[in-house]
Unconditional design. Structure first.
Length: 626
């Protein structure tokens, strides 16, 4: 499984789905083997046990993909392997703390090029990986405590939808949402699964023989705009994502509308600026920066909206007020509050000891956790099946744009600049977006009355276990085949190796030629924040406002893969509500949930095909979820 993913960059895309394909495939396998377990163990797994297994898997599997550990290891070492007199990467290495990477150039060379016998020198890796496991676990635990502080507000008070939870619930309950029919006995479910398999089957046939007509994965509608100023729409693509379309059916119409509308407004604004000669900077309208500003503003909005509940959490933690009942919480409010505060302080202290001053480490770590919290809200309310629906790599860049890289250099001391970048891999992959699984697991535990006080310990164990498995598998592949060949790489490396090298070279250039603030992008960040807050205020005074701040935020970060499916779902929901109202809406639930399960099932089957038959089994076609 992992081999095909690391070499070609496609195999472990199945672990990038939300939820991960292997987790759903495991659930389906356990359900299929239920009669056998009845014979062997005289009882079947209970619904609660199946849900616990699912919660464990969704926390363990992401670490083994290129969004976490496969991103971390190149980040630790590329500054050593790719250092030359021309790229100044040696300036980076001199500033990193001793624990950051293994201090053996030959060991690192063998990792990138492959060792003679393929063995991993684990002794040299134990110290840096052990230290990184502590850091990652501390950040993960702090995020868990922060999410737990909002659990009651989102689950009990606001009663958010959690659309993604329909998948495990439908499988475990074996009941179709909207009816009392067994899930896999619903005709609509099988119609949807058939549609999905026909779609992917034709795509596979097209990969073998291009003369076969198929929808493929997307259609580049922007190709019809060949003359200026309409060429701004050239990058617009209509993606076919059965999983996204199926889940979008359960998302509120205002969030659907605002997502596709905000995405299409970006090239429209570009075109308007070109027509009237208003665009001075080629990066205008700075969509990523707008998205960063929106996410930043929504951090404060979430705390403001939940301020009364958060005040109760703090009061219970500080005074033990008996009038505030937290007996139903898996993590008492005192643990949540002091865990979040203590974890944050511990991270600042760790960073300071490593050479990263609190002046910059405090805002950076706050951005990591804050963006993770907003993403958790996106998952809880919108059910967006994407680990990338947040401003990835923008935590560091936001600070650079607002302050300038020159601000991070005091005299000849460049340690703050280097250390900020040394932690920036956490905002590049989807390490922090796992907070979405944390809040969803909390909601699942509520539904199935899992009140164990060991819930947090199980969560942390699942995360650490996933890290250990990822270290073993990833380094094993690296030393056997060479890291520069992973992800379809060449002598410059592929995928994460290339990303890490480019990021470090950017910092090396900033050390030699530091820059001031970027005024245009700073304005874009402020504009994004203003628009997000304006949408919140508008919804407060106009309850039927179609402009949802979360839709605006995700459209600027991952809208290219969401907008077309959200547009189709929005139109379908409008038609359904006009023709049949709530009754027809419920009757069609099995059809759209079948699209989701069918897509994940197709992904699982193709994953097994790649594993058993090799990476050429489907002529290079994979069921994309990223």
């Amino acid at each position: 499984m992992h081999l095909s993913g690391t070499i070609e960059g496609g195999g472990n895309i199945y672990a990038l789905s939300t939820p991960p394909v292997p987790a759903i495939f495991c659930m389906l396998l356990l359900l299929a083997l239920m009669p056998l377990t009845m014979r062997l163990f005289k009882r079947a797994l209970s619904k609660k046990e199946l849900i616990v297994i699912f919660m464990f898997l969704v926390l363990t599997i992401p670490q083994t993909t290129y969004g976490v550990v496969e991103l971390l290891i190149p980040w630790m070492t590329t500054h050593v392997y790719f250092a030359t007199p021309h790229n100044d990467l040696n300036l980076i290495t001199a500033e990193l703390p001793n624990w950051y990477y293994p201090h053996d150039n030959e060991l690192i060379r063998q990792m990138f090029e492959g060792s003679d016998d393929g063995s991993v020198p684990w002794r040299a890796w134990l110290y840096p990986l052990g230290m990184w496991t502590v850091v990652m676990s501390l950040v993960f635990f702090t995020g868990l405590c922060l999410v737990n502080m909002f659990r009651a507000q989102w689950v009990d008070n606001e009663r958010l939808r959690f659309p993604l939870l329909l998948i495990p619930i439908s499988l475990v309950e074996q009941e179709t949402p909207g009816s009392h029919t067994s899930f896999f006995r619903s005709p609509l479910v099988w119609v949807a699964i058939a549609i999905v398999f026909i779609h992917h089957g034709l795509n596979v046939a097209h990969s073998f023989n291009p003369s076969v007509q198929a929808l493929t994965d997307y259609y580049r509608i922007g190709g019809i705009f060949t003359e200026a100023p309409w060429t701004n729409f050239n990058h617009v693509r209509l993606f076919y994502r059965p999983q996204v379309l199926g889940l979008a059916y359960f998302v509120s119409p205002d969030l659907l509308f605002c997502t596709w509308f905000s995405f299409l407004m970006q090239p429209a604004v570009e075109t308007f600026a070109d027509i009237f000669g208003l665009r001075q900077d080629p990066g205008f309208p700075f969509s990523y920066e707008q998205g960063s500003g929106a996410y930043l503003a929504l951090i404060f909005v979430l705390f403001w909206v939940g301020r009364h509940h958060i005040a109760q959490v703090v009061r219970k933690a500080m005074t033990g007020d008996p009038n505030i009942d937290d007996s139903a919480e898996r993590m008492p409010y005192r643990w949540s509050f002091f865990g979040a505060v203590g974890g944050f302080v511990a991270l600042i202290i760790w960073s300071h000891v490593s050479g990263f001053s609190p002046t910059f480490s405090i805002p950076y770590i706050a951005l990591l956790l804050g963006f993770g919290l907003v993403y958790s809200r996106v998952r809880a309310e919108g059910g967006v099946p994407a680990m990338w629906a947040f401003p990835f790599n923008q935590h560091k860049m936001m600070m650079f744009y607002l302050l300038g890289t020159r601000s991070f250099i005091k005299g000849g001391d460049v340690s703050d600049l280097v250390m900020l970048s040394s932690f920036s891999w956490m905002g590049r992959g989807y390490y922090m977006s796992q907070m979405g699984y944390q809040i969803e697991n909390e909601a699942l535990a509520d539904r199935y009355e899992i009140r164990s006080k060991r819930f947090a310990a199980l969560t942390m164990f699942a995360f650490v276990f996933g890290c250990l498995v990822a270290y073993y598998v990833t380094l094993g592949d690296y030393y056997k085949f060479g890291a520069i060949s992973m992800g379809g790489g060449t002598t410059s490396g592929g995928g994460n190796t290339w990303n890490a090298r480019v990021q470090w070279e950017q910092i090396a250039r900033a050390i030699v030629n530091p820059a001031g603030p970027d005024v245009n992008r700073s304005i874009a960040i402020g504009t994004g924040a203003f628009i997000a807050v304006a949408m919140v205020v508008l919804r407060f005074y106009w309850l039927q406002s179609p402009f949802h701040p979360l839709g605006y935020a995700i459209s600027l970060n991952y809208g290219y893969a969401l907008w077309s499916n959200f547009l189709v779902a929005w139109v379908i929901k409008l038609v359904v509500q006009r023709l049949g109202g709530a009754r027809l809406y419920r009757q069609l639930m099995p059809l759209f949930l079948g699209l989701v399960v069918g897509d994940l099932l197709a992904g699982g089957i193709s994953w097994l095909a790649l594993l058993i038959l090799g990476r050429d089994a489907l002529a290079g076609y994979v069921v994309w979820f990223g």
